[in-house]
Design a protein around this ligand. Structure first.
Ligand code: ATR
Length: 273
């Protein structure tokens, strides 16, 4: 019997996940199916219920259901607890297991695909919403250096900062929270845009001098050149979008489900030849 998987979101028609997982499955010689399912805004739990009844083995979860999915799950990995969200559910014996592969995906993309080692690097994380929280702890783990969280709304940056300072494993890091406009002379090795401004518009005020020599500017958005990327390019940074993170978080999910780590390079090349 073919093992069934899916990605659930709203909207979902744009998702590249079915294509990515089909390529992984072909490469690994695994008999799985993977489809995109649009859950109604009020119908996420019912959709999961249907998947359980129909014998699916797991699913990915994307916007706007990552928090709801996390709350619905019976068991949680520490990665998903840190993120307070899940993008990868596994179904076993009627139970729902939540993990989160977004942060691992980002770190692997930065370190392996872009060859940019994070250890000891200064990081500016822009944004304090779900996307930022999903990657903050894995970034800390890899860099072993406290990032600055930079957000339009200071209270949300402070709330995210507290998830680190009040964390058993990370409380020794003195993470800083700063509101837009508060940065002047600081420079960073990596500047990561985890806001939704690439989609919705909106300014990210950054001094032109924010990028250290050889800095990497990473936008977690993919599929378009964002104003953040244009700004970073104009000020000498190496620029990356989130396509690699998308492929790497998918590979990590595939590994959780199938116990096989796919080679992401051919998939990345197929998506962006
Ligand atoms: P996501 O899951 O994509 O992170 P979210 O939780 O709504 O979505 O968070 C969106 C992030 O983008 C937040 O950091 C938000 O800043 P605020 O905390 O101030 O709301 C940021 N953001 C969204 N629109 C923005 C805009 N027009 N200008 C600046 N920041 C914006």
């Amino acid at each position: 019997m073919t093992d069934r998987y899916a990605v659930i979101g709203n909207p979902i028609s744009h998702s590249k996940s079915p294509l990515i997982h089909r390529m992984f499955a072909e490469q690994a010689g695994q008999d799985i199916s993977y489809e995109a399912i649009e859950a109604p805004m009020e119908g996420f739990a019912a959709t999961i219920e249907r998947l359980l009844t129909d014998g699916y083995k797991g699913c990915n979860v994307t916007v706007p259901f990552k928090l709801e999915a996390w709350k619905l799950a019976n068991e949680h990995t520490s990665r998903s607890i840190d993120a307070e969200a899940t993008n990868t559910l596994s179904f076993k014996d009627g139970k729902i297991y939540a993990d989160n592969t977004d942060g691992t995906g980002l770190v692997r993309d930065i370190e392996i695909n872009h060859g940019f080692k994070l250890k000891g690097k200064s990081i500016l994380l822009i944004g304090a919403g779900g996307a930022a929280q999903g990657v903050l702890h894995p970034l800390l783990e890899a860099s072993q250096a406290p990032p600055v969280i930079y957000n339009r709304t200071l209270e949300k940056a402070i709330k995210l900062q507290k998830t680190v300072t009040e964390h058993g494993n990370f409380s020794h890091f003195s993470v800083k929270a700063a509101e837009f406009g508060a940065l002047t002379n600081e420079q960073f090795n990596i500047v990561i845009n985890a806001t939704s401004t690439g989609l919705t518009g909106g300014e990210i005020p950054l001094p032109a001098s924010i990028f250290a020599p050889d800095a990497l500017a990473y936008d977690m958005m993919y599929g378009r050149e964002t104003p953040f990327m244009t700004f970073a390019r104009a000020h000498g940074a190496q620029v990356a979008d989130g396509l690699g993170m998308l492929v790497e978080q998918a590979a990590e999910a595939f590994y959780i489900w199938r116990g096989v780590r796919p080679d992401t390079e051919p998939v990345f090349k197929a998506l962006r030849p």
